[in-house]
Ligand binder design. Structure first.
Ligand SMILES: [Cu+2]
Length: 325
């Protein structure tokens, strides 16, 4: 019995569709999805992966089939039949990619919108940045003629911000991030703490206000599926909710100088308790130094007592310190 070619086409179509759908969901190319927003990006990526796998398989199958079926046989010295032009086919192979591209664009705009891309920073814009923020699409635009944030140190940024936070959601954690050659500085305006490590509590929405002190950098945490330019003189913003505890890396994704490759910072997603404890430690560490210096100057503290917290960090026992004095 000879199977009609329409049945073959149907069967091959079903196999290719199922294979593409399976691979689109099981490619294993992405790191763990550690934020609530990551699934939006993964959905888009998986859809594109499904479509491209289908196209790849169709093209390769037709290619291999044609190479085998229409190969030159021994003793055959003729040219193939002169085939030229096929209007319906050309319309079809123009229409299908056009539909795919339009579909993916609409889908990706929707994902971008759901992640707050078109309305960054709507809850509160820092006053000095309001002009920049009222322009549409500022998250992506890169103009360098605004008030120079290059003049502001991270400490100054933290001092500026509390006054500007007229609308603050208590369930939201605001962090000011400054990129500079070649490090990231994180300032928590609630406490005034500035660190080189980004700590985030699980399940709490974070708003990152991003700027750069020298050249353009880009804030990229692959596990959160987030990437945003950090631009001198302009504040860009990102909003997301970390979900899976763990250690991740914040990587600079914009070539910013000879040491760009090492511009990475640790990101720690931890429980609220662990976060609070870490914050306390940062507060103590930042306040210890001046208080102790004052205490020692006014003779309330011996040199041993003054040095104790530092020697403890270095693993030096206070008795040894006493002996070598
Ligand atoms: Cu950089």
């Amino acid at each position: 019995m000879k199977i009609p070619s329409a049945i073959w086409t149907l069967l091959i179509g079903i196999v290719l569709t199922l294979t593409s759908l399976w691979y689109g969901q099981n490619h294993g190319l992405l790191p763990v999805a550690a934020s609530d927003e990551a699934s939006l990006v993964d959905g888009l990526f998986n859809t594109m992966m499904t479509v491209s796998t289908g196209i790849f398989l169709i093209v390769e199958c037709v290619l291999i089939y044609s190479v085998v079926k229409y190969r030159r046989r021994a003793g055959d010295n003729e040219d193939g039949p002169p085939i030229e032009g096929n209007i319906p086919l050309e319309i079809l192979w123009t229409a299908i990619p056009a539909i795919i591209v339009i579909g993916i664009s609409v889908y990706s705009f929707d994902v971008y919108n759901n992640m707050g891309g078109f309305d960054p920073h709507s809850a509160h814009a820092a006053p000095m940045m309001e002009d920049a923020m009222s322009m549409p699409g500022t998250a992506m635009a890169a103009t360098l003629d605004d008030a120079p944030a290059t003049q502001r140190s991270p400490i100054q940024i933290s001092q500026l911000d509390p006054g500007s936070e007229a609308v603050v959601n208590p369930n939201e954690l605001i962090i000011n991030v400054a990129g500079l050659q070649y490090a990231w500085l994180f300032t928590y305006p609630d406490t005034g703490v500035t660190t080189g490590e980004l700590h985030l509590p699980i399940g709490k929405t974070v708003e990152i206000n991003l700027t750069a002190n020298d050249v353009i950098h880009a804030f990229w945490i692959p596990e959160f599926r987030l990437k945003q330019d950090a631009i001198p003189g302009r504040e860009t913003s990102l909003r997301f909710t970390p979900r899976i505890p763990g250690d991740y890396q914040l990587i600079c994704a914009e070539l910013c100088g000879p040491y760009h490759g090492v511009m990475k910072s640790q990101v720690v997603v931890e429980t609220q308790e662990a976060f609070d404890q870490w914050m306390q430690e940062q507060l103590v560490a930042s306040k210890d130094v001046p208080n102790q210096a004052v205490a020692m100057n006014s003779q309330e503290m011996t040199a041993d007592e003054f040095l104790a917290p530092y020697t403890k960090d270095m693993g030096i026992h206070s008795e040894i310190l006493h002996q070598i004095k």
